[in-house]
Ligand binder design. Structure first.
Ligand code: BDR
Ligand code: CA
Length: 313
C-alpha cells in the first residue's frame, strides 16, 4: 500500500477525491490536512470530517492548516462551490474530532517519523500547508516520496485568469517553494481535468449505485458542473481533484511529459501561471511530470467501481 497525506480544501471534487482514496485498498491515508482555498479553513476542516463520516471512517485524523496564503490575502471560490464549499448534498454536522495539532506540524512530524521515501503528499488545493512545512523544516524535502498535485495548466490556459489555475493562483509563493524543492512532482493540470467531464451518463452511473453516498456524489457533481458546463459548452463540467488519487491507483490512465515547470509569482497579468517547458526550449532542470492526457472512460469506470465499495448506509 502507498502511504499518503491528503491536503485539501473541499470542494465537491475534493470530497470525491477523499472518497476515492478511502475506498481504495492500495492507499493508506495517514491523515488529512485542511487547506484554505475554495472556502476558509474553518469550513474545509469541517467538510473533510463530513466526508470521512459519509465514508464510514470517523477514525481518520483530520487537521486544520494555515488560514491564508503565504503572502497576501485569501481568494476563495464560493462562486463555484457554493457557500458551504460542498453545496449539492446535505450532510450532517460531523461528530468526529478535529485533531488539536496544526496541519503543518502533522506534515512535518509524519515525514520525520515514517521511513524516508515512503510518504506521498497529495495536494488538492492551494499548497500553503506544504509550502510552509518545507520552509519551516527544509530537511523533510528529501524524505517525501513524491508530491502529486492538482493544479496549473498549459495548453488549456487558466480558470481564474487567462493564465492561472485556481490552486496555484491562490498561493503562488507556496507553489514556487514546492516546485523548487527538488521533490519529485506529478501534476494533474487543467489539460487533464478538462477531459474528465461529468457527462449526464457518467453521473447517472454513479447515482445508479443507489446508496446515500452515491446520491451525495451525484448531487455534488451536478452542482459543481453547473458553473463550468455553461462556460465550456460541454456535456458536464471538468472533474479535477480525484485525478490525483486515480493516478496513484492506475497511473496507466495518464500520460504526459517530464519537463521544467516554474511558477510566476510577480506579474499582475500572469500571477500563478505554471510556465511548463513542454518543448524543452530551455536548459532548465526537469522537475515535474506534467500530465496532458487521460483515459476519461477508464477514470470513471474506476471511480464508480470504487464508490460502490463504500458503506451503503
Ligand atoms: C481546483 O480549484 C478548486 O476549485 C477545485 O477543488 C480544484 O482543486 C480546480 O482549479
Ligand atoms: Ca480542491
Amino acid at each position: 500500500t502507498q502511504k499518503i497525506i491528503i491536503d485539501t480544501d473541499p470542494g465537491q471534487d475534493d470530497a470525491v477525491a477523499i472518497l476515492l482514496a478511502l475506498a481504495s485498498p492500495e492507499i493508506e491515508v495517514l491523515g488529512i490536512t485542511a487547506a484554505a482555498g475554495n472556502v476558509p479553513v474553518a469550513l474545509t476542516s469541517k467538510n473533510i470530517r463530513k466526508v470521512c463520516e459519509l465514508a464510514g471512517r470517523p477514525d481518520i485524523k483530520v487537521f486544520a492548516g494555515c488560514e491564508g496564503p503565504m503572502e497576501g490575502s485569501l481568494f476563495t471560490a464560493e462562486y463555484v462551490h457554493g457557500a458551504t464549499g460542498m453545496d449539492g448534498a446535505e450532510l450532517p454536522e460531523p461528530t468526529m474530532p478535529l485533531q488539536a495539532q496544526h496541519g503543518v506540524d502533522f506534515i512535518i512530524d509524519t515525514l520525520k517519523a515514517e521511513a524516508p521515501g515512503t510518504v506521498t503528499l497529495c495536494t488538492l488545493g492551494p499548497m500553503t500547508n506544504l509550502g510552509t512545512a518545507l520552509t519551516r523544516a527544509p530537511e523533510i524535502a528529501a524524505r517525501i516520496k513524491q508530491v502529486v498535485l492538482m493544479g496549473g495548466g498549459l495548453f488549456e490556459g487558466g480558470n481564474v485568469t487567462p493564465a492561472a489555475e485556481f490552486n496555484i493562483f491562490v498561493d503562488p509563493k507556496a507553489a514556487d517553494i514546492v516546485f523548487k524543492s527538488g521533490v519529485p512532482i506529478v501534476m494533474m493540470p487543467l489539460d487533464v481535468t478538462h477531459q474528465v467531464l461529468t457527462t449526464a451518463k457518467r453521473v447517472a452511473a454513479i447515482r445508479a449505485l443507489g446508496t446515500p453516498l452515491s446520491e451525495a456524489v451525484a448531487g455534488w457533481l451536478e452542482f459543481f458542473e453547473r458553473f463550468d458546463e455553461a462556460k465550456y459548452g460541454t456535456d458536464g463540467g471538468p472533474l479535477h481533484d480525484p485525478n490525483v488519487i486515480a493516478y496513484l491507483i492506475k497511473p496507466e490512465l495518464y500520460s504526459g511529459r517530464h519537463c521544467n515547470v516554474e511558477i510566476e509569482t510577480q506579474s499582475p497579468l500572469t500571477k500563478g501561471m505554471t510556465v511548463a517547458d513542454w518543448w524543452g526550449v530551455t536548459k532548465r532542470e526537469k522537475n515535474a511530470m506534467f500530465m496532458r492526457d487521460v483515459d476519461a472512460d477508464g477514470f470513471y469506470a474506476l471511480l464508480t467501481e470504487r464508490l460502490a465499495r463504500l458503506p451503503a448506509k
